[in-house]
Ligand binder design. Structure first.
Ligand code: ATP
Ligand code: MG
Length: 430
């Protein structure tokens, strides 16, 4: 039947293959076109029949499922592979994803789970392109000419706080939506890879995620990025965190750097939500960022952590203007406690922006999955404050000002944070 999803089942145990076939037999859009009992047979049948999906066991005599997946991804790239394994170990998952698998089912699984995975992977299959070269952005009047004029690179803006719960996700989402609604080509990347909240806050499902890009380093072109990102109704592109925490492991520091570099070619703004824990992945994001929106709050614990982060930024040789200090949940202290002005004074930095505290509005917007700056709350003070920061950013970065040069991303980064701090020249930074 035309339009069916054609599936090949690979497992060394005939009864397992038969059970899987039975789970699929009543699905009118799924057709099992064959079964293979070894990795070698799977590679052969993939080349011959070009199925849409291969359900692949890992443990098989001869070439195992990972080896077979690798060969198939290279020789028949249109095939999408779903690994079936009793092992749910993140190392397995990582190896499977690196070998080109698109999803992972832990045995035993039910029919609903299997069918959902097949449809999801099939619906979201990336466009396979033969030209890995990136396409630079084109200006409106150069779009039809043979030699497109490339626009300046976009800006990566990481939203970070050394203290959890400071409002990074809230601010990142609303800044990104505000920029997208101003007609800026904007993508929001959920860099909180393990427990990212962007999907919940925007009411989107992580059918595709950053994990899908993990093994595609050299193919990172616009087609692949657009097949894996999703478009929110505000016109914002969104690249979600993996749907399961263990999948965060398949994304390496190198993947993140390559991804962000590729996004700079297609977007004016790449807004990255981050977690407060300074893992190597978070550091990779902060290193490649053109600007860091650093969130502080009016309390001593936040000030202490933000102050330490400024020290670290200096040690890492980030330029002063790379970090923009924003006070979130700002309250008018009326003479008591720490005022917004005090925050700037204590940290000896200018305050780039202030977002007022408004718990009722924020929680209503997040329960509805509608960003503050576009729903019924868009005229509230909190939304106007975020829009003001977004406009300031657009004005500052898009009006011909050269971005800060962050040429600190040397290969030494794999030394880890301590290694980098210790290997600095003695008179650099603080
Ligand atoms: N300006 C604000 N006014 C009131 N509440 C806010 C404001 N900004 C954030 N919040 C609330 O603070 C909490 C933490 O916000 P958010 O999840 O955005 O922070 P985060 O820094 O991303 O946290 P995490 O460290 O968990 O990733 C949420 O309940 C959110 O609704
Ligand atoms: Mg968050």
């Amino acid at each position: 039947m035309a339009g069916n999803i054609r599936v090949l089942i690979v497992d060394d145990l005939p009864e397992t293959r038969e059970n899987v076939r039975k789970l699929l037999q009543f699905e009118s859009d799924i057709e099992v076109i064959g079964q293979a009992g070894t990795g070698e047979e799977a590679v052969q049948m993939a080349k011959e029949h070009q199925p849409d999906i291969i359900l692949m066991d890992i443990n098989m005599p001869g070439i195992d499922g990972i080896g077979a997946s690798q060969q198939i991804s290279e020789s028949v790239p249109s095939v999408q592979i779903i690994i079936m394994s009793v092992q749910s170990d993140p190392n397995y998952l990582r190896r499977a994803m690196m070998a080109g698998a698109r999803d992972f089912l832990t045995k035993p699984f039910g029919g609903d789970e299997l069918v959902a995975a097949i449809r999801r992977v099939h619906d979201k299959r990336p466009t396979v392109t033969s030209t890995p070269a990136r396409q630079p952005r084109q200006t409106a009047n150069s779009a039809s000419s043979d030699e497109p004029m490339s626009l300046p690179e976009g800006n990566i803006i990481a939203v970070y706080s050394p203290k959890g719960g400071a409002g990074c996700t809230t601010v990142a989402i609303n800044l990104a939506v505000a920029l997208a609604r101003r007609g800026r080509r904007t993508i929001l990347v959920d860099g909180s890879l393990q427990f990212g909240d962007v999907s919940v806050m925007l009411n989107m499902k992580a059918v595709t995620s950053i994990a899908d890009l993990s093994d595609r380093g050299n193919e990172l072109d616009q087609d692949l990025i657009s097949s894996i990102s999703q478009v929110h109704r505000s016109n914002l592109n969104v690249l979600l965190a993996p749907p399961r925490p263990e999948m965060a492991d398949v994304v390496t520091e190198e993947n993140i750097k390559q991804l962000l570099a590729a996004l700079k070619e297609s977007f004016d703004f790449i807004i990255v939500d981050t977690t407060s824990y300074l893992s190597e992945k978070t550091l990779a994001i902060l290193d490649v960022a053109d600007r860091i929106v650093l969130l502080a709050q009016q309390n001593l614990s936040s000030l202490k952590n933000v102050s330490r982060f400024f020290d670290l930024a200096e040690s890492l040789e980030y330029e002063m203007q790379k970090v923009w200090l924003v006070v979130n949940r700002a309250k008018n202290k009326q003479g008591k406690g720490i005022s917004v002005h005090d925050v700037g004074k204590a940290l000896k930095r200018p305050i780039y922006g202030t977002v007022p505290d408004d718990e009722i509005t924020v929680s209503d917007a997040s329960n509805r999955g509608v960003p503050l700056v576009m729903g019924e709350h868009q005229k509230k003070a909190i939304s106007l404050a975020v829009i003001k920061i977004a406009d300031q950013i657009a004005k500052e970065l898009m009006e011909g000002k050269a971005p800060v040069n962050n040429a600190k991303a040397e290969p030494e980064q794999s030394k880890g944070l301590f290694g980098r701090l210790f290997s600095r020249s003695p008179n650099a930074g603080g």
